[in-house]
Design a protein around this ligand. Structure first.
Ligand SMILES: C[S@@+](CC[C@H](N)C(=O)[O-])C[C@H]1O[C@@H](n2cnc3c(N)ncnc32)[C@H](O)[C@@H]1O
Length: 379
């Protein structure tokens, strides 16, 4: 900013101008104006805020972090400043820096649930289970109605080997659904397909998501043993993580998914003998083949009531066939709980009741890592 410009438009207007340039993608101009602003007003919080964001955007992460640290020092009581610093540090892989920043953030802003939960997760991820547990227990005391701390505590308990306690902790963050709600909680599957089309490209880059196929394979081997298991139907197959993990144990494998983008990725693996793009309940009604194994990994959290699903699967299974699936966990105090908008968890008593009425016999229900939290892996 030239002296004349600063006089002409002032700091606030110049900050707004940088923001507008960034929003228009005019990053070089924005950077040049931001540098002038930083020279003219190096300790102005708005200047630091917009310049740190811009530096991050143009991959000058060291500069962004330095500015964000300065902003935190200037306004230590602003939780969002700490949160952004944490984000920058985590993204650049500076975990010890992030941990220190989270501790400082919680000290300065003890009423920020985001900072407390971030601290607990960093403690968990750096192996400090005791510290993490204490942090989440404190968060629950401070924000008893927030589901996040309960759900995060479930991760610590699972890591400590306390599987049942982990389920109970996760369940405390759920909102139980009354039976009358079940029908109204059905998903718009077309909409889900579009969401996953948007996620498909980067889906397999996520380590957690890549793990679900091998986990399904492990559950299958534990229950069914090694060797071939005939014709398999992989429902909600996504990018084919399950197919990739179990294909050597199948004679023929069909995948079904409502997202064409996810199916393109599955097709590229060249594992599935057949892929069907459809809502699973529609696909199950039109499939003219019977299967010895049906799998459905990490997808049933999209449904509240699973009665229709189990009935439909039973109709395509051969006698003595197996259904292997996973769900987010609820304690037996409820049938179905809502964990997030349009996401549902199911209790074992509910699963047992509805599968039995669809003609299934339980072989195993184990508690293990599921999506982001613990879950029930069922055969
Ligand atoms: C979280 S991904 C899991 C993918 C895969 N089973 C795995 O374990 O990696 C959930 C998948 O369910 C699919 N899905 C959700 N609702 C569906 C529906 N009604 N019919 C068919 N597929 C559905 C989504 O498109 C997505 O690919």
């Amino acid at each position: 900013m030239t002296e004349q410009t600063s006089k002409t438009i002032g700091i606030d207007d110049a900050v707004r101008l940088v923001t507008a340039m960034v929003n228009n993608g005019e990053l070089d101009q924005a950077m040049s104006l931001s540098e002038q602003l930083c020279t003219a007003a190096p300790d102005h919080p708005d200047v630091l805020y917009v310049s740190a964001g811009l530096s991050w955007r143009v991959d000058k992460s060291d500069q962004a972090i330095a500015m964000q640290k300065r902003l935190v020092a200037l306004e230590p009581g602003t939780a969002t400043h700490h949160e952004r610093l944490l984000y920058f540090l985590r993204e650049t892989g500076d975990i010890s820096g992030a941990l220190a920043a989270a501790e400082a953030g919680v000290r300065e802003c003890p009423s920020s649930p985001t900072l407390i939960n971030a601290l607990g997760m960093l403690q968990l991820n750096t192996g400090n289970l005791q510290g993490s547990r204490q942090t989440f227990e404190n968060a629950i005391l401070a924000f008893p109605k927030s589901p996040t701390a309960h759900q995060n505590l479930s991760l610590v308990l699972l890591a400590e080997g306390l599987a049942e306690d982990a389920v109970n902790a996760f369940s405390k963050g759920l909102t139980p659904l009354k039976p009358v709600d079940f029908e109204t909680k059905y998903q718009d599957h077309q909409h889900i397909g579009e969401i996953y089309n948007g996620l498909a490209q980067g889906y397999d880059a996520n380590e957690l998501q890549r793990a679900w196929g091998p986990q399904t394979a492990q559950v299958m081997r534990a229950a069914l043993g090694p060797g071939k298991h005939g014709d398999v139907l992989d429902l909600c197959c996504g990018t084919g993580s399950v197919g990739a993990a179990i294909s050597e144990q199948t004679d023929h494998i069909t995948g079904v998914d409502v997202s064409s983008g996810m199916l393109d990725k599955a097709r590229a693996r060249d594992i599935y003998d057949k892929l069907i793009c459809a809502d699973i309940c529609q696909a199950l009604r039109s499939i003219d083949r019977s299967f010895s194994v049906v799998t459905c990994s990490s997808a049933l959290y999209h449904w509240a009531d699973l009665t229709t699903f189990f009935d439909a699967v039973a109709s395509v299974l051969l006698p003595n066939g197996y259904l292997i699936f996973s769900v987010d966990p609820a304690s037996d105090e409820m049938d179905i709980g809502q964990s997030a908008p349009s996401e549902y968890a199911h209790s074992r008593s509910y699963i047992r009741r509805v599968t039995a009425s669809a003609g299934f016999r339980e072989i195993s229900i184990t508690i293990d890592a599921h999506r982001s939290y613990p879950g029930f892996w069922c055969v």
